[in-house]
Design a protein around this ligand. Sequence first.
Ligand SMILES: Nc1ncnc2c1ncn2[C@@H]1O[C@H](COP(=O)(O)OP(=O)(O)OP(=O)(O)O)[C@@H](O)[C@H]1O
Length: 320
Amino acid sequence: MKISHKIIRCISLLFFIFHIIHVPILSLQNISKKYGTVQALSGVSFEVPSGSVFGVLGPNGSGKTTLLGIVTDVLKADSGSFTLFDKPATAHERRQIGTLLETPNFYHYLSGYKNLEISATIKQRGKDDIARVLEICGLTQRQHSVFKTYSLGMKQRLAIAAVLLGDPAVLILDEPTNGLDPSGIAEVRDLVRQLANTGKTIILASHLLDEVEKVCTHVAILRSGKLLLSGAVNEVISRNDYLELSAADNNALRVALLQYPSCTSADITGSLVKTFFTTQPDAAAINSYCSQQGIWLNHLQLRKKSLETAFLEITNNPAS
Ligand SMILES: Nc1ncnc2c1ncn2[C@@H]1O[C@H](COP(=O)(O)OP(=O)(O)OP(=O)(O)O)[C@@H](O)[C@H]1O
């Protein structure tokens, strides 16, 4: 083979790999859905990047379950469309998705293992995968105990084990920690993190902001069926970062900060000047700017809002 052919093949391979990595797992375009007079979703569009843990976040009744129902073919959208793996969703694409929309009806008097055998038969997934999913979900030791003796966390981990049968690349989980006690919540959260570390894309609906902040890399925030925003969790939070500063003369500091490009407000609160910007504040640049103005800072701290604070501001803002 000539060298130029080899180079062309290498470049094609690189393009192919780039395409696979960057193709969104799920892409929604203008999805709308009504139940009678209730507009559950209006024109929702966003993309779920490959390998992300994507939180669909919103208060009760905001349309999360409806959205996941449409993606998993349980419900039909009135209008709009979506693609899975950059293709129209057919049975083939759907087989690569493991779904947990509600807690499965496991048999209380059968063991975890027997229950998974039944799930494998229903899903036509084959039984040779059961040992693997039990191991991932930390249930190997208790696989022969009857289901009713499991803790709440173990029951939910068994439900996730059933979803993992056949090793789907994408998991869709609706409120996976709902109804669990704190230790169950921690167990499921750890399992979600562990699965994300193996490269799976995980889409989970939750109204628990703390939960989304702890496990998700990306988020879409819904309110009354409308998408308020979507993006990387860090970006959503960093839009709301601010600086706390102080100097010997806080009045002079405040006046100087208000002259700084991108500063939107500077207010004296107690002994500090709380300062907001249109972009992510650069603490080093602002420190240097203040010294150029002859103001020496004795306190400079970047404050990050929690997703909860950002979420409440976004969902309570009537303009959003
Ligand atoms: N089968 C239905 N018939 C009529 N209205 C429905 C139906 N299912 C959902 N809705 C309404 O659609 C809206 C969105 O509901 P959905 O369950 O999708 O929201 P959600 O964000 O998942 O809520 P939750 O967090 O409470 O589960 C709500 O106003 C709800 O009452």
